[in-house]
Design a protein around this ligand. Sequence first.
Ligand SMILES: Cc1cc2nc3c(=O)[nH]c(=O)nc-3n(C[C@H](O)[C@H](O)[C@H](O)COP(=O)(O)O)c2cc1C
Ligand code: SF4
Length: 879
Amino acid sequence: MSNVRSIILTSAITALVASGVTYYFVQKSLTDETLNSSKKKKKKKVDSQVDSQSVDSQQVVHQVAQDDASATSLDLKSDSSKASQEQLPIPSKQNENEIQNDIPSDIPSDIPTTISLHSTPQGYRVLSASSITITYATTTNTCSSLASRLLSSLPTRPDGSTPATIVPVPTLDWWDQILNGSSTPSTSKYDCPILVIILPTWSHGTHSYESTSLCAGVDEISNDWRVDPNHLKHKLKFAIYGVGSSAYDSETFCKPSKIMFKQLRKLGAQNIHGLGMGDVEAGDIEKEFDKWCEKLRPKLEYSLEYNHGIKWARVENGISSILEEKKGCCGGKKKENKEEDGGCGCGEEEDEKYDNFDVDDESSEGSAVESDYEEYEIEEEQQQGEGVADLEDMGKIMSTQEKEKNEEKKSDPKEMVTPKQAASLKKEGYKLIGTHSAVKLCRWTKHQLRGRGGCYKHTFYGITSYQCMEATPSLACANKCVFCWRHHKNPVGRTWRWKTDDPYEIVDTAVNLHVNMIKGTKGIPGVLPERWKEAHTVAHCALSLVGEPIMYPRINELLQELHRRTISTFLVTNGQHPDAIDTLVPVTQLYVSVDAPTPDSLEAIDRPLFKDAFERLKKSLQLLRNRGQRTVARLTIVKGWNSDEIDGYADLIALGKCSFVELKGVTFCGTSDASNLNMSNSPWHHEVKEFADKLRRRLQVLTERGGRDPPPLYGLACEHKHSCSVLLARVDQFAKDDPVTGERKWHTWIDYEKYNKLALREQHQGIKFGVEDYVAPTPEWGLAGASEEGFDPTDLRHHKKGKRPRYKRFDADGVPTHDADDRPLAEELRADLTEKMNRAVEKFRRDNGEEQSVMTESKKGERLIEDPRLMFRGLTVGR
Ligand SMILES: Cc1cc2nc3c(=O)[nH]c(=O)nc-3n(C[C@H](O)[C@H](O)[C@H](O)COP(=O)(O)O)c2cc1C
Ligand code: SF4
């Protein structure tokens, strides 16, 4: 054994033994290699913790003021805290609000509940005597707000502080926290530390990124044969609350919290409050959580009172008593022999009181746990001989929930949108209709009202954007796509289980609300009076606002009502409901989103609720080929996520033989809790065009290869640079020879009048019609390659102040060739820019090898793309 290794081994053993780890099987076969490698593994973990902290500087560590007077308080509103903020994790605005808003209404208003933010308490130990730690993992902030809620509801000292500590899971090294104990271990059952864990459920019942550190730490310790299986006995009491969604498979529901529960039990930690599980779909997660907390809170309160002398001011007859800080739970009359009676020094009276809540029975030495509180705990106790209960044995808890759910099913269906979701959607500008529908004024509608250009549907299909109503009859959908600009404020579900509103009412209210919004645009500078007047008549409806329109069980009646009002329909589905596609009446243009070309990438990008999401997508595409009207495969290109595997896309498109393939670069909508996207994932227009061309060529290969069922031939028809959109169209359906010149011309536009007549005729007389029956010629400016780049020349391009692009054209290497006014750049300037580009590319190659662009994935799943050839693309000049 080398000296260095020997030192490492010795210090590792010393550290572990000193920290109280029980080696109950230190065999000769335990070599220095095994220990060393184990130690190294931990080091890596610690490193990754540190990394994760530095990557996510937004992580909030908040804690009610500590006993420790040295803890630096960060007052959220105080300017004087600026200096310390530089070293501390900065709370996001959202968290800031949460902390202040999440104070439960049942807390007397005169009791200070202000929560200060702290850095992770220096040397904080979860296993310290008398401590209460609330820890949570969160991605979309549900669990963090529940943790804050619990903390806010605990008694505080008169100055608003409390010894309870709240820490996000990733800020602590759990392996170290649990294995290495504390320098102030508990001495009795009364000052045993309490850990409350609030955990979300992530895709397919896995831990979220945030809770993997806890999961890995506990898992490793609970399975390490060198660690006493009862390592945490008498050292830790815990309670776990899992958060999940019943919209997902029931076996995934709160699975991480169930596993954590089992693992902590396996380590001998004492469960003080059963396993709580909250369903975000149930309407009011906070209410469910409060119910769970009702029984937990007294246990925490007793600990606070017993160990810290803090008593809750009770509200009686609407008047809260003044907050009392007792000097010890006996009111200051402490006995000398504190050690003996465990913690506060009170006598038996107090012990009796604690016996009411303390589930640990000293006489049950060696048993797993005893509790007379929860059914589940009793069940566990009965199974002592078999060790800890299996996941399946969560039966009792689950069966209560199942019962509740069945009761719910029997009663009238619920409304889809909860008041909280409604408030959040309204805040984002949605006008809600009835219980599951909404309209919103599209920005392109306003753009074109002001003569600043229409959307890509104007360029590709000739809609008038200012007469287009964006609506949805179902705010719910069956995905949680990473690029969803709705940031998951909408409900989710695999099937329709809600109250169903009348389709005529929906259309009528939607049109009225839309027209009212149009009226409200009159005062916007630059609105063209003629267009404003015309905009009062809705001519088109984009059923793509949010959610999944075809989930709505009366979608056919809704579509027919729109057609009756001569409103054309553009319906976008995410391809998760093939049965609904099969029975759908004519739609002016039916879209299926093809967000990824393989099952794995679809899983990563759409985060679907259905396990067989890819199969569903394929079936949906297959059904498109039988439809009489226009169909579209819609690809949202997200660089680093779904922007390769052209062959996979081509195969999917070949399945549907869609009329069009629309490719659009994802729009970056800002950072969000629910998304991992960043600016570098938004492709430039030229990249979308290149992608489209590769796809077209691949489809052509399949066409030319022939075989039993080759795809039709597609051509690059249109582009709309303003929104990074490109259109591939079927040559057989949309490329027509001009009867006069004989020249081939694209006919991707729609004859709306004709369509409306045909749709009504089919509805009333059953006469079928097809794609070619309502085509119209595409104007020159809308064609791919036109100098207008899809911008209607009757309008005027407007750039945001200071956002005018510096260059308009670039060569194949990305070096600018033309200025913003489309004038060729001077030779010298081009040479200079070329030189700069070459230097950047060379440096990039030195760092990254021959790759032209590099993607780095952060531990949180964010994918950052670097490509020196894009260095001049985003340059802008002020006016
Ligand atoms: C992408 C994604 C996948 C999810 N997968 C599951 C699941 O498989 N099972 C489940 O019960 N809940 C699932 N959920 C629901 C989450 O547990 C729930 O939204 C929870 O509120 C997330 O907690 P947080 O807001 O604190 O991050 C999922 C949520 C998202 C966003
Ligand atoms: S299908 Fe649409 S509404 Fe649903 S998550 Fe994806 S983008 Fe959002």
